[in-house]
Design a protein around this ligand. Sequence first.
Ligand code: UDX
Ligand code: UDX
Length: 440
Amino acid sequence: MNIAIVGSGYVGLVTGVCLSHIGHHVICVDNNPDKIKSLRKGEIPIYEPGLEELMHACMKKKRLTFTTSIKDACQKSLVIFLALPTPPRANGDADLTYIENVSREIALHMDSYKLIVEKSTVPAQTGKKIIRTIQLNLPKKFKKGNKILLDFDVASNPEFLKEGSAVSDFMNPDRVVFGVESKKAEKILREIYQPLKAKILVTNTASSEMIKHASNSFLATKISFINAVAQMCDMVGADVLKVAEGMGLDKRIGRQFLDAGIGYGGSCFPKDVDSFIRLSEKSGYDFSLLKEVRRINEKQLDSFLHLVEEKLWNLKDKTIGVWGLAFKPNTDDMRNAASLEIIAKLKADGAKVKAYDPKSMANAASMLKGVTLCDDPYSAAEDTDALLIVTEWPEFKDVNFIQVRDSMRQAVIFDGRNMLDADQLKKLGFDYFGIGRGRL
Ligand code: UDX
Ligand code: UDX
């Protein structure tokens, strides 16, 4: 199948490479010429485990190319996936300008049947708006009055990829959802995904758009729920790790997404929860549960910072080490990362900040000013008054904590992700503070 992917970011690039890997001819499109130039050289602009190797293999087989031209990609492809940014506006609405502009451009260059597929998270009803945009902008030769003479379909095929494990999530999905309005669109999508032998669910476009919204919001709700439980654990002397384990053993609940910490971040959950709240408001339903999910998430970070202040007293002129800058492990992505807010607050309070992340140092150099960026975890901890664990990179578990302890001014660790062995660290002489571990 000849497929174009418009938008070659975290989502588009993974989708394009993986579709090429399972046998399709894929053209990845992006309006950033520098990005396309590097991709053509085989250079990958993001860190995603396994992606680079797969991309090189697909390029070698000549099944994966890159272009800035929507026209070119459109004319060579039967299916066009949209993996474009849908950033939040100030009022929480998803900004769909990129989707509209690209849909218009596709319409101008369509010369035969095309299936246009939404991959980006979009509010329900966006499919209808894309159809309208294409109809309005098709060349005159394909219109007779209000009658459209060129057959095309718009479908929704939401991505459920988690950054850091996106390639394996793509290859082994729990489910693949097709939101379609025609048998033809369903048949094409089935053919595309056939090699994955995945569980497929077919719905109409609006239900598929809703599945994506509801799934991300539900996962965010699970996180806020356990974070609220963590607050209670601190008050009653319980340990949230044991509580999550006990809850998770119930198959109806499940252990995943019950990790208490400093809350969810990234380019999806915060934006998608906001946009679902807006969609509900516009539809006339007050989804107050989700507003609380968002409030708990914001409070979680505040209470972590409050704990740091309470234990260290004045932050002015103290030096704080930060381990982990990415919004989660195994990615270099710092969009909406907790580290940004934490570091801004520490600096505003007059603290000096030293930081280290295994993969995000290039992003950190452009996104963080006035922070000492370190080459390894040891130098980020040296001469500090406290160490903050902000992202749970597995390699932090293997650090020599005796060396860390002896190099710090005060041996204090605030573990925002509950990733370290509290008992072990206490035995070594650290003051250790986790989240919901039973501070009475
Ligand atoms: C994006 C959205 O943020 C997310 O909501 C959606 O679900 C999927 O797409 P992501 O891939 O992480 O996620 O975004 P990003 O890494 O910013 O990639 C978007 C790419 O689109 C960028 O490379 C950008 O240059 C490109 N782009 C943007 C275009 O090619 N054309 C445009 O008009 C705008
Ligand atoms: C999410 C969805 O999981 C994915 O299905 C969708 O396609 C895109 O959005 P992503 O944002 O890449 O994926 O990562 P995810 O693993 O879901 O983590 C999101 C945030 O939640 C991170 O900040 C993470 O640290 C946090 N999180 C996750 C918790 O705080 N606790 C948990 O138990 C799980």
